[in-house]
Design a protein around this ligand. Structure first.
Ligand code: VGL
Ligand code: ZN
Length: 195
Protein backbone atom coordinates (compact mmCIF):
# COMPACT_ATOMS: atom_id res chain seq x y z
CA UNK A 1 0.00 0.00 0.00
CA UNK A 2 1.20 3.51 -0.85
CA UNK A 3 2.34 5.54 2.15
CA UNK A 4 -0.36 8.00 3.11
CA UNK A 5 0.11 11.75 3.41
CA UNK A 6 -1.58 14.45 5.42
CA UNK A 7 -1.86 18.20 5.15
CA UNK A 8 -1.80 19.87 8.53
CA UNK A 9 -3.31 23.37 8.61
CA UNK A 10 -2.17 25.06 11.79
CA UNK A 11 -4.10 27.80 13.59
CA UNK A 12 -5.45 29.82 10.65
CA UNK A 13 -7.65 31.74 13.08
CA UNK A 14 -8.95 35.30 13.29
CA UNK A 15 -6.80 36.25 16.28
CA UNK A 16 -3.59 35.43 14.39
CA UNK A 17 -4.64 37.48 11.36
CA UNK A 18 -4.49 41.29 10.94
CA UNK A 19 -7.00 42.92 13.28
CA UNK A 20 -6.88 39.97 15.68
CA UNK A 21 -5.61 39.94 19.28
CA UNK A 22 -2.24 38.53 18.16
CA UNK A 23 -2.44 39.65 14.56
CA UNK A 24 0.51 38.65 12.40
CA UNK A 25 1.14 41.16 9.59
CA UNK A 26 -0.04 39.74 6.25
CA UNK A 27 -1.02 36.40 7.80
CA UNK A 28 -4.24 36.50 5.77
CA UNK A 29 -2.14 36.54 2.55
CA UNK A 30 -1.31 32.86 3.03
CA UNK A 31 -4.98 31.84 2.99
CA UNK A 32 -5.48 31.64 -0.81
CA UNK A 33 -2.32 29.53 -0.98
CA UNK A 34 -3.49 27.29 1.87
CA UNK A 35 -6.73 26.85 -0.08
CA UNK A 36 -4.74 25.75 -3.14
CA UNK A 37 -2.93 23.16 -1.03
CA UNK A 38 -6.29 21.99 0.34
CA UNK A 39 -7.55 21.48 -3.20
CA UNK A 40 -4.33 19.73 -4.26
CA UNK A 41 -4.35 17.30 -1.34
CA UNK A 42 -8.10 16.63 -1.61
CA UNK A 43 -7.51 15.41 -5.17
CA UNK A 44 -4.70 13.15 -3.90
CA UNK A 45 -7.03 11.63 -1.31
CA UNK A 46 -4.72 12.74 1.47
CA UNK A 47 -5.93 13.50 4.96
CA UNK A 48 -6.53 17.05 6.11
CA UNK A 49 -6.05 18.05 9.72
CA UNK A 50 -6.83 21.54 11.01
CA UNK A 51 -5.78 22.75 14.44
CA UNK A 52 -7.12 25.64 16.48
CA UNK A 53 -5.30 27.34 19.32
CA UNK A 54 -8.00 26.97 21.97
CA UNK A 55 -7.17 28.53 25.32
CA UNK A 56 -9.14 28.85 28.52
CA UNK A 57 -9.63 32.49 29.57
CA UNK A 58 -7.15 32.08 32.42
CA UNK A 59 -3.90 30.55 31.16
CA UNK A 60 -0.22 30.86 32.04
CA UNK A 61 0.21 31.35 28.30
CA UNK A 62 -1.15 34.91 28.71
CA UNK A 63 0.73 38.00 29.98
CA UNK A 64 -1.81 38.56 32.75
CA UNK A 65 -0.84 35.20 34.29
CA UNK A 66 2.92 35.23 33.71
CA UNK A 67 3.17 34.33 30.02
CA UNK A 68 4.34 36.34 27.00
CA UNK A 69 1.16 36.69 24.95
CA UNK A 70 -1.85 38.98 24.94
CA UNK A 71 -5.12 37.15 25.49
CA UNK A 72 -5.94 35.36 22.21
CA UNK A 73 -7.89 32.39 20.81
CA UNK A 74 -10.08 31.99 23.86
CA UNK A 75 -12.35 28.96 23.47
CA UNK A 76 -15.63 29.68 21.64
CA UNK A 77 -14.86 33.35 20.92
CA UNK A 78 -14.85 34.89 17.41
CA UNK A 79 -11.06 35.35 17.66
CA UNK A 80 -10.63 31.60 17.98
CA UNK A 81 -12.73 30.86 14.89
CA UNK A 82 -11.11 29.86 11.60
CA UNK A 83 -10.54 32.79 9.26
CA UNK A 84 -13.70 33.05 7.12
CA UNK A 85 -11.72 32.75 3.85
CA UNK A 86 -10.23 29.38 4.79
CA UNK A 87 -11.94 26.62 2.78
CA UNK A 88 -11.65 23.44 4.80
CA UNK A 89 -13.02 20.39 2.98
CA UNK A 90 -15.65 17.95 4.18
CA UNK A 91 -13.84 15.21 6.03
CA UNK A 92 -11.23 17.50 7.59
CA UNK A 93 -10.24 16.38 11.06
CA UNK A 94 -10.35 19.09 13.71
CA UNK A 95 -7.91 19.37 16.58
CA UNK A 96 -7.66 21.72 19.55
CA UNK A 97 -4.52 22.79 21.39
CA UNK A 98 -3.49 25.05 24.24
CA UNK A 99 -6.24 23.61 26.45
CA UNK A 100 -4.02 23.20 29.51
CA UNK A 101 -3.95 26.47 31.52
CA UNK A 102 -0.52 25.56 32.92
CA UNK A 103 1.28 25.02 29.60
CA UNK A 104 2.01 26.85 26.34
CA UNK A 105 1.45 23.72 24.22
CA UNK A 106 2.67 25.15 20.90
CA UNK A 107 3.06 21.79 19.16
CA UNK A 108 0.18 20.20 17.27
CA UNK A 109 1.37 16.94 18.83
CA UNK A 110 -0.12 18.34 22.04
CA UNK A 111 -3.43 18.83 20.26
CA UNK A 112 -6.40 16.51 20.43
CA UNK A 113 -9.73 15.99 18.71
CA UNK A 114 -13.06 16.40 20.51
CA UNK A 115 -12.82 12.85 21.83
CA UNK A 116 -9.35 13.44 23.25
CA UNK A 117 -7.51 11.52 20.51
CA UNK A 118 -4.01 12.88 19.87
CA UNK A 119 -2.60 13.83 16.47
CA UNK A 120 0.00 11.06 16.71
CA UNK A 121 -2.67 8.41 17.38
CA UNK A 122 -4.78 9.67 14.48
CA UNK A 123 -1.83 9.73 12.06
CA UNK A 124 -0.87 6.21 13.08
CA UNK A 125 -4.45 5.01 12.79
CA UNK A 126 -4.69 6.34 9.21
CA UNK A 127 -1.20 5.00 8.39
CA UNK A 128 0.10 8.45 7.51
CA UNK A 129 3.89 8.56 7.14
CA UNK A 130 4.44 12.01 5.68
CA UNK A 131 3.00 15.39 6.65
CA UNK A 132 2.89 18.82 5.02
CA UNK A 133 2.60 21.78 7.37
CA UNK A 134 0.92 25.11 6.56
CA UNK A 135 -0.30 27.89 8.82
CA UNK A 136 0.62 30.05 11.79
CA UNK A 137 3.00 30.74 13.35
CA UNK A 138 6.30 29.73 11.71
CA UNK A 139 8.35 30.46 14.83
CA UNK A 140 5.98 28.73 17.30
CA UNK A 141 3.40 26.16 16.35
CA UNK A 142 4.91 25.30 12.97
CA UNK A 143 8.42 24.97 14.41
CA UNK A 144 7.41 22.87 17.43
CA UNK A 145 5.08 20.71 15.34
CA UNK A 146 7.80 19.99 12.77
CA UNK A 147 10.26 19.13 15.54
CA UNK A 148 7.86 16.69 17.23
CA UNK A 149 6.82 15.14 13.91
CA UNK A 150 10.45 14.35 13.06
CA UNK A 151 10.99 13.00 16.55
CA UNK A 152 8.05 10.64 16.04
CA UNK A 153 9.51 9.41 12.74
CA UNK A 154 7.32 11.20 10.20
CA UNK A 155 8.64 12.70 6.97
CA UNK A 156 8.02 16.42 7.26
CA UNK A 157 7.55 19.16 4.66
CA UNK A 158 6.97 22.84 5.40
CA UNK A 159 4.95 24.82 2.89
CA UNK A 160 7.10 27.90 2.48
CA UNK A 161 4.43 30.02 0.76
CA UNK A 162 1.73 29.12 3.30
CA UNK A 163 3.34 29.95 6.65
CA UNK A 164 3.90 33.24 8.50
CA UNK A 165 5.72 34.07 11.73
CA UNK A 166 5.09 36.27 14.77
CA UNK A 167 8.71 37.50 14.93
CA UNK A 168 8.87 38.74 18.51
CA UNK A 169 12.49 39.17 17.45
CA UNK A 170 12.90 40.15 13.79
CA UNK A 171 14.77 37.01 12.67
CA UNK A 172 12.71 34.43 14.56
CA UNK A 173 10.98 32.99 11.50
CA UNK A 174 14.16 32.83 9.46
CA UNK A 175 15.95 31.11 12.35
CA UNK A 176 13.03 28.72 12.83
CA UNK A 177 13.17 27.69 9.16
CA UNK A 178 16.95 27.17 9.31
CA UNK A 179 16.55 25.03 12.42
CA UNK A 180 13.76 22.94 10.92
CA UNK A 181 15.80 22.31 7.76
CA UNK A 182 18.82 21.32 9.84
CA UNK A 183 16.62 18.84 11.69
CA UNK A 184 15.51 17.25 8.42
CA UNK A 185 12.45 19.11 7.19
CA UNK A 186 11.96 19.60 3.44
CA UNK A 187 10.92 22.99 2.03
CA UNK A 188 8.06 22.83 -0.48
CA UNK A 189 6.10 25.41 -2.49
CA UNK A 190 2.82 25.08 -4.36
CA UNK A 191 4.67 25.45 -7.71
CA UNK A 192 7.01 22.58 -6.82
CA UNK A 193 4.10 20.40 -5.78
CA UNK A 194 1.77 21.17 -8.70
CA UNK A 195 4.88 20.91 -10.91
C1 VGL B 1 0.96 30.23 18.81
C2 VGL B 1 1.66 32.15 19.82
C3 VGL B 1 0.74 31.97 20.81
C4 VGL B 1 1.06 29.27 17.67
C5 VGL B 1 0.04 30.04 19.80
O1 VGL B 1 0.22 28.37 17.60
O2 VGL B 1 1.99 29.42 16.86
N1 VGL B 1 1.77 31.29 18.83
N2 VGL B 1 -0.06 30.91 20.80
ZN1 ZN C 1 -1.74 30.60 21.98
Amino acid sequence: MKAKKALLVVDVQNDFCPGGALGIPEADKIIPVVNRYLKFFSKKESFVFATRDWHPLRSKHFKDFGGVWPVHCVQNTPGAAFHPKLKLPKGAIYLYKGLDPKKDSYSSFQAEDERGMSLEKLLDFFKVKEIYIAGLATDYCVKFTAHDALKHGFKVNILMDAIKGVNLKPNDSEDAIKRMVKEGVKKVTIKKLEG
